[in-house]
Design a protein around this ligand. Structure first.
Ligand code: GRF
Length: 216
């Protein structure tokens, strides 16, 4: 059994992905342990979920800082007080500075609601529908300086149905997010997942450009 892997989760919103992570790390045999949840919004429901689960929470209001660099420096200090092996972005609605990303290189994961490299940024479900895509999904990736652009770890693909709305699509993608994020975090905590020079490595093998692919 590998040693415990302390994780700090950053979020800004409802935290359904955080909940999936909490549930998966409570199964008894996961080496991942959520040491703290930090939000830039004090009213984020995700903070409530964390404290309900007995996890330390912190709020750090980005509006109290003169610019991105200053906020990110304070955020690094707050995170590093928990000494995490892994930092997980779970709906953290802030663009991170290059310095922040470099500081956590190889131990910073994000989840994005599209099949990257398609639809970086916001409104991914609307954009997939407008484009007439027959498939959509979500991606977990290592974070690099390129927004939503780091090496992919795992993607879940779902079919787009004729009657889908952005809401119905978002709902089905969320179900997949709640499966693949805990999976990726567990791989990392078990020491199976790493960021190599060429991309994401699982069990020492370079993953395909799409990451590990799960088709539904
Ligand atoms: C998810 O759709 C995730 O892909 C994106 O932000 C959303 C967070 O949702 N990065 P929740 O707060 O975990 O419910």
């Amino acid at each position: 059994m590998p040693k415990t892997c302390d994780v700090v989760v950053l979020l800004s919103g409802t935290g359904s992905n955080l909940q999936a992570l909490i549930d998966s790390t409570r199964t008894g045999d996961s080496p991942a342990r959520i040491a703290a949840v930090i939000s830039n919004r004090a009213d984020a429901y995700g903070l409530q979920r964390a404290s309900d689960a007995g996890i330390d929470t912190r709020a750090l209001d980005h509006k109290a800082f003169e610019g991105r660099e200053a906020f990110d420096a304070a955020l690094i200090e707050l995170i590093d007080a928990f000494n995490p092996k892994l930092v997980v972005l779970a709906g953290f609605m802030r663009i991170l500075s290059a310095g922040f990303v470099r500081h956590y290189q190889g131990r910073l994961l994000n989840i994005h609601p599209s099949l990257l490299p398609k639809y970086k940024g916001l409104h991914t479900h609307e954009r997939a529908l407008e484009a007439g895509d027959t498939e959509h999904g979500c991606s977990v990736h290592f974070v690099t300086e390129e927004l939503d652009g780091g090496p992919l770890v795992v993607q879940a693909v779902i079919p787009v149905e004729l009657q889908d709305s952005p809401q119905s699509l978002a709902q089905r993608v969320h179900v997949q997010e709640h499966l693949i994020y805990p999976m990726a975090v567990r791989w990392f905590a078990e020491g199976r997942l790493a960021l190599g020079e060429q991309g994401a490595l699982l069990d020492g093998q370079l993953l395909a450009a799409s990451g590990h692919l799960i088709r539904n």
